[in-house]
Design a protein around this ligand. Structure first.
Ligand SMILES: [Fe+2]
Length: 182
């Protein structure tokens, strides 16, 4: 792995990220780049663009992989990814990543029509990840200072699966990422 973080992350996008689809019509690299593009077009601040760009890296950084998730074992990729990213980035980047699966579970519970917009793969993994939130989980999620950011990343995530969209290359976001490294 490259020594500098932006190069190390770029290598992930170029290798496993470009090769893995995990049940979606676009590669995981294209998916994350599309999410970042949506964040950029929405005028999001750099940390949230970075969170959108990096939200699924945990499929590739843990011992339990995205393939395992698609076979029914929760790989906790949001936590894996956030913990991996925390070696370089602060909570404004890592915590929306950590909470983006919980944001799906939260939005399924509180927003009518949200679940119907999810891709088939996302509906499948929802079940593996615990299903819609209920009870105390809802209040605990709402209490997080990063809950809103996580929901925002989640919506870009859900919309970032369009095979007709050609996102910018990873390098487009390299300087933004580099400026966020602590
Ligand atoms: Fe995603």
């Amino acid at each position: 792995m490259a020594d500098d973080p932006v190069s190390a992350i770029g290598e992930l996008f170029a290798s496993e990220g470009a090769a893995e689809y995990l049940g979606e019509p676009v590669s995981q690299a294209a998916h994350m780049l599309q999410a970042a593009l949506l964040a950029e077009r929405a005028g999001a601040r750099p940390a949230l663009i970075a969170a959108a760009l990096l939200h699924d890296v945990g499929h590739f950084t843990g011992t339990v992989t995205g393939h395992d998730l698609m076979r029914g074992t929760d790989n906790r990729h949001s936590h894996q990814g956030a913990n991996w990213l925390a070696q370089w980035f602060g909570p404004e980047v890592t915590e929306p990543v950590r909470l983006h699966v919980d944001a799906k579970r939260y939005l399924c519970a509180v927003e009518p029509g949200y679940l119907a917009r999810l891709s088939p793969a996302s509906v499948y993994t929802l079940g593996v990840q615990g299903g819609p939130m209920a009870g105390d989980e809802l209040a605990a999620f709402q209490a997080s200072p990063y809950a809103q950011d996580a929901c925002q990343v989640r919506r870009w995530d859900d919309d970032a699966k369009d095979p007709a969209v050609t996102p910018p290359a990873f390098e487009h976001f390299a300087s933004l990422l580099g400026a966020l490294v602590r």
